[in-house]
Design a protein around this ligand. Structure first.
Ligand code: NDP
Length: 328
């Protein structure tokens, strides 16, 4: 997959990071951001919209703040470059904020926080995108699907991680449903006239998704826009012109990640990882059968080193991997 991305113009390091992200999501059963995203990465570079060889500019602003201009590349590349400085800052200051602007992000967000929780940190990430989600009562998209991901270390097992779009579902899942010819619940989105619909085609052609939980999800979407566009100097989702240039599927938006070291100045406090275990245990005892992240970890465990893909996806991937024929 990495070779396919290189054949379409990404540099080796970018291709490797994007491929690892897609394969990780696919292996973890997060198909909406798995291997089928390859076509988006290719469409985006073919349209000239993304920088396939970005040189992110890292600005060490203060003991607790790092700003990165992603050089119109994917936010995941900026994060990879800034990860070490974030870890060092969180360990000394107790908290570090990473504010990425001028970036694209079409991946699963949990990957950006899980890596910090595996090192013992708490992490929260938010990212905005393109205007495909209508506000409550609205008749057009203003927000992105604006996910929020959270990760906390656990003493007994892998980190607790949740990762959820502030829309009724992710845009990728709507595309999957359209491809499979499935109808969605009636209040999933609106059609081009602002009427509630469960038709993925109506949502994708001129309509919009709705926010989850009405005004509650809408406030989360609002916060995400402010945190990762307003704060960092990126475009709000509604400011992204999707028609220009043709074929672009991602945007020059932003991502903000907050990393907290629970051990800084906490000598006399009980270890956070153990407290998270206590809380999860209480949830299980109270009858919660599925804890966020359970499905993903199970899928990961079952997959082992293998990544299962359907035959038609395999064929599509191979077609995309064919080297571009350049004109003489
Ligand atoms: P889901 O609704 O499938 O899941 C949201 C979270 O809730 C997950 O952490 C999931 O855990 C947990 N969960 C789901 N069902 C239950 C349940 N019954 N009980 C307890 N916990 C549960 O995710 P979304 O559709 O909202 O988002 C899917 C993906 O799309 C995310 O990875 C997100 O980052 C990505 N996305 C990316 C965007 C971008 O611009 N880059 C935009 C929007 C979304 P588990 O993982 O174990 O299932």
């Amino acid at each position: 997959m990495s070779a396919a991305l290189v054949s379409h113009g990404y540099d080796e390091s970018t291709a490797k990071i994007l491929a690892t992200n897609c394969v990780t999501a696919h292996r973890d059963g997060s198909e909406s951001h798995g291997l089928f995203r390859l076509k988006d990465y290719i469409a985006t570079i073919k349209s000239g919209y993304v920088n396939g060889s970005p040189r992110p500019k890292i600005e060490d602003v203060s003991p607790g703040l790092v700003r990165v201009d992603a050089d119109n590349g994917f936010a995941q590349i900026a994060l990879e470059r800034a990860e070490d400085i974030m870890v060092a800052k969180a360990r000394t200051s107790g908290v570090a904020v990473l504010a990425i602007r001028n970036s694209h992000h079409t991946g699963a967000l949990y990957i950006d926080v899980e890596r910090f929780a595996e090192k013992g940190f708490l992490a929260i990430a938010v990212v905005n995108s393109i205007a495909v989600v209508a506000p409550p009562g609205g008749n057009k998209g203003v927000y992105g699907t604006n996910p929020i991901a959270f990760a906390a270390p656990r003493a007994s097992t892998a980190p607790l991680v949740f990762d959820l779009a502030s829309s009724t579902m992710s845009h990728g899942d709507v595309q999957v449903a359209a491809r499979e010819g499935r109808l969605l619940p009636e209040d999933t989105g609106i059609d081009k006239n602002g009427k509630p619909t469960g038709s993925p085609h109506a949502i994708l052609s001129g309509g919009a998704l709705s926010t989850f939980g009405g005004h509650k999800g809408a406030s989360i979407a609002l916060m995400v826009e402010i945190l990762c566009a307003g704060l960092v100097g990126a475009d709000f989702s509604f400011e992204v012109d999707r028609g220009k240039p043709l074929g672009a599927t991602t945007a020059r938006t932003g991502e903000t990640i907050i990393v907290i070291d629970p051990n800084v100045g906490a000598k006399d406090l009980p270890p956070l990882a153990r407290r998270v275990d206590d809380l999860v245990e209480a949830l299980s005892e109270a009858g919660q059968g599925r804890i966020p992240g359970d499905r993903r970890i199970r899928a990961r465990r079952e997959a082992g080193k293998d990544v299962f893909i359907h035959e038609d996806q395999w064929t599509a991937l191979n077609e995309l991997a064919a080297p571009i024929k350049r004109e003489a």
